[in-house]
Design a protein around this ligand. Structure first.
Ligand code: MOS
Length: 748
């Protein structure tokens, strides 16, 4: 724990945090008793279904509304011609972190899968059939789907508000002067989030108050986005997300079909349920936009980078702006004195991309780590030695020191565990017993240690137990458990004595479960709330002549296992319940908040790091690739729950494998539709694809990053993993993959 906490409050992190506890929601989730948004069935609930655009670009000519209306059980059919008014413009962007949405505002088709009509009926079956009867007639235009034919533009920002370019020194000049140069271009595809739980909303109005059961990564933040469409204050909206079956960024921001279903509930005066069909999540709910990235590296004769230039073209929609910030990863990783990072947007006829699993780092590090591997080979250097020679002891983009950086230790631990020292430099040097070509490759993982703002409340109860509340959401990553561990430590209680309530917008705002910052951010607020409660309890005790703690002073007391102890005489103690009873208090409420002061960002660069090593086996005749081993070592500050952290990191490496070998949306060039818009056609790894995986964590004490010293592990391990696999494939085959996912036909 940080000294700051130790000095100021009588509680500390330690007895619950650090324990490898199992998920507290695990049994409910795997036995089906956990109620997800779409499991809610309010009385009189209607069902909404959307019809979607069959082409990516063009105009709606007609819809057979009469046929849909005539279907038994149908209550309402809306198209762009009769949809009731919304209070806000769907084509406006009120916050940078918002979608421009499709809410039947015109006859224009902007992407395949765009909602073009809403049918509401008494049953899901009736709504589904009536939507089918709409049989849209469209005027189709040739869709623009890729970098050729798309419309390039210079963006104002990339990702969520980062500058589109960054320069240190003179990279073009240094490249010109470099005795050794390497240049390459890598392509990454459109990828889709594919959370297990579909997007869904159950909307119910009571006058001008609105209750929404919906999966969302930020229940409080979702409210103003809806409020503007319905002309009500955000406080009138209750968003409930007790369980979330995966988000990956796609459930960070509400989108068009949600708004239509809520509008229907108001217009029809009954609750409405809308559940996105799997294929309907390929369009309006965001995706990772494809990139084409060019890297240029200049090196001296010892393999020291003299220049690093990373440019990314990123695809986006024709009407909105989100751009995968792919090149940004090169700002902070390797010590190139001359650095140039640039982005360009390319407009195509697809839905708007959005943050997805390490937005920027996943795709950017795939290209960067391949380029670094090629550069190492060009210098005939071991790839690890090359990375160590270019190790950044300060942040290359800003010159600031890192708040902590145990990447060297990660490299060493992972390399030792993997057996890297036995790696021959030459490709095509190793085979296995089946005659397959074996290759060993590596990549560096890096992710910003983000910290947002959060609030929390801790209520001590007369029986000595506590209720802890925050709006934060468990996406499936285990937040409900890790945050409860932190909260219990803040209160000096065992986790079983703490009731933990979260996932609802009427609780103190915990911000977003995203950016890998949720445990740190919400955790710090929870710890502070607990400390506040214990501080108030201490006041009661030390000022009460009847207490054994009388006169000990606020800092002379320690909270442990539901009792306050004197620091100068541990045997003199009193339980929380006794203190409250004598003070005549039924409850005692503590409040906490967290945020990172601006001055902190001026003093340090905050990142978590890791090293990932992979072994691949490639069939020399068929080109078929199997990943046979992966080892990752990660440094991410304090680990709150080693079991859950390992799952997160393993999951990240699996998503990296998925990036390298599996995931891509395939578009029909004629209609622009996605041909594999389901979990059968959109490949993600299954058990048989996943090799033996070793996840190591490296100890890291970080007194600067935040009060808890937690950096976050959610997205870290996807970065670097795809590159490690691509590099292993090169080492096996001598072929340099330049396009993700890597397909066997490029390897033979
Ligand atoms: Mo995310 S892509 O941090 O929800």
């Amino acid at each position: 724990m940080s000294d700051a906490i130790a000095a100021s409050v009588p509680t500390r992190l330690g007895s619950n945090a650090g324990q490898p506890m199992s998920r507290r929601d695990g049994v409910a989730k795997v036995t089906g008793t956990a109620a997800y948004a779409a499991d809610n069935r309010p009385e009189g609930c209607l069902h909404a279904v959307t019809a979607t655009a069959p082409v990516a670009r063009g105009r709606i000519v007609s819809l057979d509304v009469a046929a849909a209306r005539a279907y038994p059980g149908v209550v309402e059919v809306w198209t762009h011609e009769n949809r009731p008014d919304l209070a806000g413009d769907p084509d406006a962007k009120p916050f940078p972190f918002a979608f421009k949405i499709d809410a039947l505002q015109s006859d224009r088709i902007r992407y395949a899968g765009q909602p073009i009509a809403l049918v509401v009926a008494e049953t899901l079956e009736a709504a589904t059939e009536a939507a089918r009867l709409l049989s849209p007639q469209v005027e189709a235009e040739t869709p623009r789907l890729g970098f050729e034919g798309g419309e390039p533009f210079a963006p104002d920002s990339v990702g969520v508000g980062s500058p589109p370019s960054h320069a240190v020194g003179d990279a073009p000049g240094a490249l010109e002067a470099a005795p050794n140069r390497l240049e390459g271009t890598w392509e990454t595809p459109d990828q889709y989030h594919n959370a297990m739980e579909p997007h869904a909303v159950v909307a119910e109005w009571d006058g001008d108050r609105l209750t929404l059961d919906m999966p969302n990564q930020a229940p409080v933040m979702a409210r103003p986005m809806f409020a503007r469409f319905f002309g009500i204050p955000p406080e009138n909206i209750l968003v409930r997300t007790p369980f979330l079956g995966g988000g990956f960024g796609s459930k960070a921001i509400p989108t068009g079909p949600y708004v239509l279903a809520i509008l229907a509930a108001r217009a029809l005066g009954r609750p409405v349920k809308y559940v996105f069909r799997r294929e309907q999540m390929y369009g309006p709910t965001g995706h990772r936009g494809g990139t084409r990235q060019t890297l240029r590296l200049g090196m001296d004769d010892e393999g020291r980078l003299t220049a690093l230039a990373h440019h990314a073209d990123s695809l986006t929609s024709s009407f909105d702006e989100f751009l995968e910030p792919a090149a940004n990863v090169s700002k902070n990783l390797y010590a190139a004195p001359n650095l140039l990072v640039t982005h360009r947007g390319v407009r195509v006829d697809k839905g708007t991309p959005m943050a997805m699993r390490a937005p920027g780092e996943a795709s950017g590090s795939a290209a960067l780590e391949c380029a670094v591997d090629e550069a190492a080979w060009a210098m005939r250097m071991d790839p690890l030695e090359f990375r160590l020679r270019n190790y950044a002891d300060r942040d290359p983009a800003t010159g600031l020191p890192f708040s902590s950086k145990a990447l060297r230790e990660c490299y060493a631990e992972a390399a030792r565990t993997f057996g890297w020292e036995k790696r021959p430099l030459e490709p095509r040097s190793l085979t296995d017993a089946q005659g397959r070509l074996l290759g060993w490759g590596m990549g560096t993982a890096q992710f910003p240690a983000t910290f947002f703002a959060a609030q929390a409340r801790a209520t001590l109860r007369a029986d000595g137990t506590a209720l802890v509340e925050t709006s934060g959401v468990d996406m499936g990553q285990g937040a409900w458990t890790a945050l409860a561990q932190i909260a219990a430590d803040g209160l000096g209680l065992d986790i079983d004595q703490v009731e933990f309530r979260s996932g609802s917008s009427d609780l103190p705002d915990a911000g977003i479960a995203g950016g890998s910052g949720h445990t740190a951010t919400a955790g710090a607020a929870l710890h502070a709330a607990g400390s506040d409660a214990i501080g108030r309890l201490t006041e009661l005790a030390v000022n009460d002549p009847e207490s054994p703690l009388f006169g000990a002073g606020n800092s002379g007391v320690e909270a442990r296992a539901g009792r306050l102890h004197r620091r100068d005489d541990d045997s003199r103690s009193e339980s929380y319940a006794e203190i409250l009873a004598r003070a005549g208090q039924e409850i005692l409420v503590g409040e906490g908040s967290s945020s990172r002061p601006e001055s902190a960002a001026e003093a340090h660069a905050f990142f978590s790091h890791g090293a990932i090593f992979a072994e691949t086996a490639v069939d020399p005749d068929l080109g078929q690739v199997r990943v046979t081993r992966m080892v990752g070592a990660f440094a991410a500050g304090r680990i709150i729950n080693p079991k859950l952290a390992r799952s997160q990191l393993e999951g990240g490496m699996i998503w990296g494998l998925s990036f390298a070998l599996h995931e891509a949306a395939v578009h029909d060039p004629v209609t622009g539709r996605i041909a594999n818009a389901d979990l059968a056609g959109y490949h993600v790894p299954v058990h048989a694809d996943i090799p033996a995986m070793t996840v190591l964590t490296v100890h890291e004490d970080d007194p600067h990053v935040n009060a808890l010293g937690v950096k976050g592990v959610g997205e870290l391990a996807i970065s670097g993993a795809a590159g490690a696999i691509a590099n292993a494939i090169w080492h096996a085959t001598g072929r340099r993959p330049r396009k993700f996912p890597i397909h066997l036909e490029t390897l033979i």
